[in-house]
Design a protein around this ligand. Structure first.
Ligand SMILES: *Cc1c(COP(=O)(O)O)cnc(C)c1O
Length: 433
């Protein structure tokens, strides 16, 4: 459920007409609903209320400061995957003991930064990384909590680019090797082994792969405890999917996910962490865009929008489907007809949908991409020197631009000119030599 609903034929974000925001901010832009973000966070929090837990929002899904502050105020922890994300979490006021650091390639600088700034735990992904964390921690006179990310070799049954739990993926250590790696971790100074971490992929639409993975984690917990390790925390990752197309069967809900966790690992008495990203932010955001032209092609009609693949790359990168709806609802009974919906970028990949049935639309009309809140704005670029897409947030009847659109001057001013190009006389003097 989200808070982007029609009222008298006009799309609203909570209590604000989307067209009104488009008129003041210009298009394209991302638009987030506070109520939806909070609702989704609370669903996860309640789903784990049977025991000690922390919901760590996977902030790579959408990491604007306003989003982080909204969730942090609800008590969310953060799952970060880079020094930049760590800095963003701290800037949003999240205390270090609520920040979990994941990712396969943490650099020494990033590790130092997190130990100095405070960290709940590192989710370690390899033995070499473990050795570096140990060395940096020892240098700093610290002992840092770690879990080790295990790769349970289960098929997440999702898009290949976002499956992470098969043995051929780069993530974690093979679960069969786990005992050795834990033994090695226990020998290293500066580390305190506290638990196990697993994350098998994103946009999972069934519970079964989670169940397989969590059962393996439960078994491993018993084995490691028998080996003498104190396993007190299980980080079970994120990955729960959202319905992108209305026709899809509904993916499991956070409540089902929480019940599955209780059933598979609840008896172990561990503190539970989860790292949902997409399900918290996905349906809490839309991308609003304007039709530039309706173009008649050979046997097809193109809807050319002012939003493009640089603003929302998911269709080009993951063949993702987004519902695209008119901001002003069509008359009842209006006939639907197929459009190829594209952006202005000079690549055929800049296609959002082919043969999508849409109501009549004309130049200047507004459309909204639903479920664009996660992996949308954070993956945007300035390709084709298109200004980085702005972000707007609503709360009830309040609206705020939470990241402004840069001007062309600001974009160009980020480049610097090398000395040899800076003085116009250079070319002349070189020619004279
Ligand atoms: C991406 C990621 C997540 C979040 O996945 P979602 O599908 O957005 O819930 C959680 N944990 C780790 C380690 C990740 O890389």
């Amino acid at each position: 459920m989200d808070h982007f609903l029609y009222r008298d034929g006009a799309l609203f974000a909570e209590d604000v007409p989307v067209a009104e925001i488009a008129a003041s901010v210009g298009t394209p832009f991302y638009l987030y609903s506070t109520a939806t973000l909070v609702r989704h966070f609370r669903l996860f929090d309640e789903a784990l209320s049977w025991g000690p837990h922390l919901v760590c929002y996977a902030m790579k899904a959408a990491s604007n400061q306003a989003i982080l502050k909204t969730l942090a105020a609800e008590g969310a922890g953060m799952d970060v995957v880079s020094g930049g994300e760590y800095a963003r979490a701290k800037a949003a006021g999240v205390p270090g003991d609520r920040i979990v650091f994941s990712g396969v390639g943490k650099t020494e600088d990033e590790i130092r930064m997190a130990i100095e700034g405070g960290i709940r735990q590192f989710n370690v992904e390899s033995e070499p990384e473990m050795a570096v964390i140990s060395r940096v921690a020892t240098d700093l006179g610290a002992t840092v909590p770690i879990t080790i990310r295990v790769n349970p070799d289960v098929d997440a049954k999702t898009h290949a680019k976002i499956a992470t739990g098969k043995s051929e993926n780069k993530f974690g250590i093979p679960i069969a090797k786990a005992r050795d790696t834990y033994a090695e971790a226990a020998r290293l100074p500066g580390l305190k082994v506290i638990g196990i971490d697993v994350h098998i992929g994103s946009q999972l639409t069934q519970l079964e792969p989670f169940e397989q993975a969590y059962k393996k984690v439960a078994e491993l917990t018993e084995t490691l405890r028998a080996d003498g390790h104190e396993i007190t925390r299980l980080d079970l990752g994120g990955g729960l999917g959202i319905p992108y197309a209305r026709s899809n069967e509904a993916p499991p809900l956070p409540g089902d996910f929480g019940a599955l966790i209780q059933r598979t690992v609840g008896h172990l008495g561990c503190e539970i962490e989860i790292e949902p990203g997409r399900l918290i932010a996905g349906n809490a955001g839309i991308l609003v865009s304007r039709v530039i032209y309706v173009k008649e092609g050979e046997g097809r009609r193109f809807l050319i929008l002012d939003g493009a693949m640089n603003d929302l790359i998911r269709p080009a990168m993951y063949d993702a489907h987004h519902e695209i709806v008119p901001v002003i609802e069509a008359e009842p009974g209006a006939e639907l007809s197929p459009f190829d919906i594209v952006g202005p970028v000079c690549e055929s990949g800049d296609t959002f949908a082919k043969g999508r049935l849409m109501p009549p639309l004309a130049d200047g009309d507004l459309v909204a991409f639903r479920s664009a809140g996660a992996y949308g704005a954070v993956m945007a670029s300035e390709y084709n020197t298109r200004p980085l897409v702005p972000e707007v947030m609503v709360k009830g009847d309040q609206v705020s631009v939470i990241r402004a659109r840069p001007s062309y001057e600001e974009m160009i001013a980020r480049d610097s000119i090398p000395d040899w190009l800076a003085t116009p006389s250079n070319a002349d003097s070189a020619a004279a030599e």
